[in-house]
Design a protein around this ligand. Structure first.
Ligand SMILES: Cc1cc2nc3c(=O)[nH]c(=O)nc-3n(C[C@H](O)[C@H](O)[C@H](O)COP(=O)(O)OP(=O)(O)OC[C@H]3O[C@@H](n4cnc5c(N)ncnc54)[C@H](O)[C@@H]3O)c2cc1C
Length: 374
């Protein structure tokens, strides 16, 4: 057993890699552990691209977090010299009463985020790939764009290592036991001691805190790439978008980054678990997504490839960023419900502040564990 770490981070996906990076800047003795070699394609953070946007249709309460996240993504880009964010603009599409339209406008107005309201005709003229019905309108936000998730994780870990963080890859944590002043982390390669542990194990998180009975569900999600030679899918002609085609039902997508357009449904996947996840994509699933494209786009496409990923959902789709209710030396992070990646830069910062007993710079009561028992 090695000497005691100030903080150990278990799980080095979106949240854990960022937490390790922020902790590594404090001069503390920190260590991150992952069961695989991150970035990898086994959890929730793979698939080439993630949407980042500010006019948050889900709730204006997220906007201070996303504004800070933008600053911190820029900070790590400057520090590493790597491009992690690509500005493409972002378009919310739906009828004028759709949640994505009303919600994006509300967040934009509440927090002075520049946006343009587009009529059906303006959508077709500016973005000819889309085939909107007559009642479809758009909220266009210039500052939205794409994060490259694998590069984000890789970069957080590289800079953390340069700052002196120890990183253990292919090491599976099997037990986490808290005592009053120290935490024992058992792995398939020995035991470690830490004053604090951050648990950021994504879809595997319930394994470590069964006593909390958190109302988390894991959902299978398929990402599809379709090819076409149409110029309308290129970066300068297509923003990232979320299309609410029926109340609460959405698909979203990205312009061509070289493999064709990437499209996916938001939710609508079957319940699963990391151990039972079906990673095969059926011909029926591909053909169903192709139908979505022929209904909503002026494109003839061919399926290129796909991948399967997991959402970890809370009932209110808010994240968990909190101390374990019984053990203040254990910090729990589940920043998912299908929209957590964009926040990872700030989530990691907040987790590092909790681990160091500092006051979090933003009010995280929104993400408390106690909300589930109210
Ligand atoms: C298909 C899909 C599309 C998405 N699109 C967007 C989007 O456009 N915009 C957005 O903001 N968000 C999006 N999200 C959500 C976002 O990607 C996730 O919220 C985020 O990636 C979750 O990160 P995480 O760190 O919680 O989990 P993960 O990245 O899965 O990391 C968990 C890590 O813990 C490790 N681990 C687990 N158990 C152990 C163990 N026993 N020992 C050691 N290590 C362990 C795993 O190996 C893994 O590396 C999407 C998610 C999916 C699945």
């Amino acid at each position: 057993m090695s000497s005691t770490f100030d903080v150990m981070v278990v799980g080095l996906g979106a949240a854990g890699s960022s937490a390790l990076y922020h902790l590594s800047k404090t001069g503390k003795k920190v260590c991150g552990i992952d069961q695989f070699v991150p970035p990898h394609a086994q959890g929730s953070s793979h698939g080439q691209s993630r949407i980042i946007r500010q006019a948050y249709h889900e709730d204006p309460l997220y906007v201070p977090f996303i504004k800070r996240a933008y600053e911190l993504w820029e900070e790590i880009e400057k520090e590493s010299g790597k491009q992690l964010f690509l500005k493409t603009g972002g378009l919310m599409l739906g009828n004028s009463n759709a949640g994505v339209i009303k919600g994006a406008e509300l967040s934009a107005r509440t927090h002075d985020i520049p946006y343009t309201y587009l009529s059906n005709q303006e959508i077709s003229t500016r973005f000819p790939a889309f085939k909107p019905d007559n009642d479809v309108v758009g909220v266009l936000e210039e500052n939205a764009g794409i994060l490259f998730p694998e590069d984000c994780i890789k970069t957080h870990l590289e800079v953390a290592a340069l700052n002196g963080a120890e990183i253990l890859k292919n090491v599976k944590v099997t037990t986490i036991h808290t005592h009053s002043d120290v935490v024992t982390v058992g792995t398939n390669q020995g035991k470690y001691l830490a004053n604090k542990v951050i648990i950021a194990t994504g879809p595997w998180i319930s394994e470590f805190i069964p006593e909390l009975n958190l109302p988390l569900t894991v959902e299978r999600q398929v990402l599809y790439w379709f090819k076409t030679n149409e110029p309308s899918i290129r970066l300068d002609n297509l923003p990232i978008y979320i299309w609410e085609y029926a109340p609460g039902k959405m698909f979203y997508g990205f312009p061509d980054l070289g493999d064709g357009i990437k499209v996916a449904h938001h939710h609508a996947g079957e319940p699963t678990s990391p151990d039972t996840l079906n990673r095969n994509i059926s011909p029926e699933e591909i053909s169903s997504m192709k139908n979505v494209i022929s209904t909503y786009f002026n494109l003839n496409v061919e399926f290129n490839y796909g991948t399967v990923c997991m959402y970890t959902n809370t009932p209110d789709e808010r994240f968990i960023i909190d101390y374990h209710p019984q053990h203040k030396n254990m910090i729990i992070a589940s920043p998912c419900s299908g929209h957590g990646f964009k926040f990872a830069s700030v989530t990691g910062k907040l987790l590092s502040q909790l681990a160091l007993d500092e006051k979090p710079e933003l009010d995280i009561s929104l993400f408390s564990i106690s909300r589930f028992s109210k």
